[in-house]
Design a protein around this ligand. Structure first.
Ligand code: SAM
Length: 204
């Protein structure tokens, strides 16, 4: 992949939302995440982070299932406003207008949910993404979600693609791989092009 020089900041993402260049937006929860959330134990009330959450249909779905420790983080206010409008009783203090890389791990999370955030970052930040996920999770905590296993070519702005072999190297220092395979129930345009991942943070 060509080196990408830009950092995609809040103004960049806000402009993409404002001009409707938001082709990543599924307008609903995606089947792989829904299937995973449906088997989570709501009684345990896990502390869940959705970084780069965008309009955060996952947070809405989890809220409907009575998960009450769901936090979403995004640098674009429009994304968080959309969730607040759709779900007026979603706790305002769980809407974090913040850079993922500056989030605190106090208290640590049980679960981090990934969907089209990793591919939105400058690829040079991928090792730091894996490290920050590990930092934010408690020992034994889970990073789950979807990663594009697709070559989008020599693009200069998101989404940036990649391969499972490349990704493995970023996560291996911090995580045990429970699942790292092509997703079987992706949205149609993403079928065969994304991995479903479930990684457990090492205990040390
Ligand atoms: C491609 S969109 C994906 C949104 C959402 N995950 C989805 O699937 O619809 C990437 C999102 O990440 C946000 N973002 C980009 N860099 C970020 C950062 N460093 N910290 C937090 N959010 C970020 C953008 O504002 C945007 O909402």
């Amino acid at each position: 992949m060509e080196t990408v020089s830009a950092n995609f900041d809040a103004a960049y993402w806000q402009a993409r939302y404002a001009t409707g260049r938001d082709g990543w937006d599924a307008h609903t929860i995606t089947p792989p995440l829904r299937t995973y959330f449906d088997q989570l134990d709501v009684a345990a009330q896990p502390r869940i982070l959705i970084p780069g959450a965008g309009r955060a249909y996952e947070a809405e779905y989890l809220h409907q299932l009575d998960f009450r420790q769901v936090l979403v983080a995004d640098i674009a206010p429009e994304a968080l406003d959309a969730l607040a409008t759709r779900v007026p009783d979603f706790p305002r203090q769980h809407l974090l207008l913040a850079d993922f890389f500056s989030l605190s791990n106090a208290p640590a999370y049980d679960l981090i949910v990934e969907q089209t955030f990793f591919c939105a970052l400058n690829p040079a930040l991928r090792p730091a993404y894996a490290q920050q996920c590990a930092h934010l999770l408690r020992p034994g905590g889970t990073l789950m979600g979807l990663l594009f296993d697709t070559d989008f070519g020599a693009v200069q702005e998101p989404p940036f693609g990649g391969s499972r072999e490349e990704y493995r190297a970023y996560f291996a220092p911090y995580f045990e791989f429970r699942h790292f395979e092509t997703s079987t129930n992706s949205l149609k345009p993403r079928q065969g092009r994304e991995l479903f991942i479930c990684l457990k943070r090492h205990s040390n």
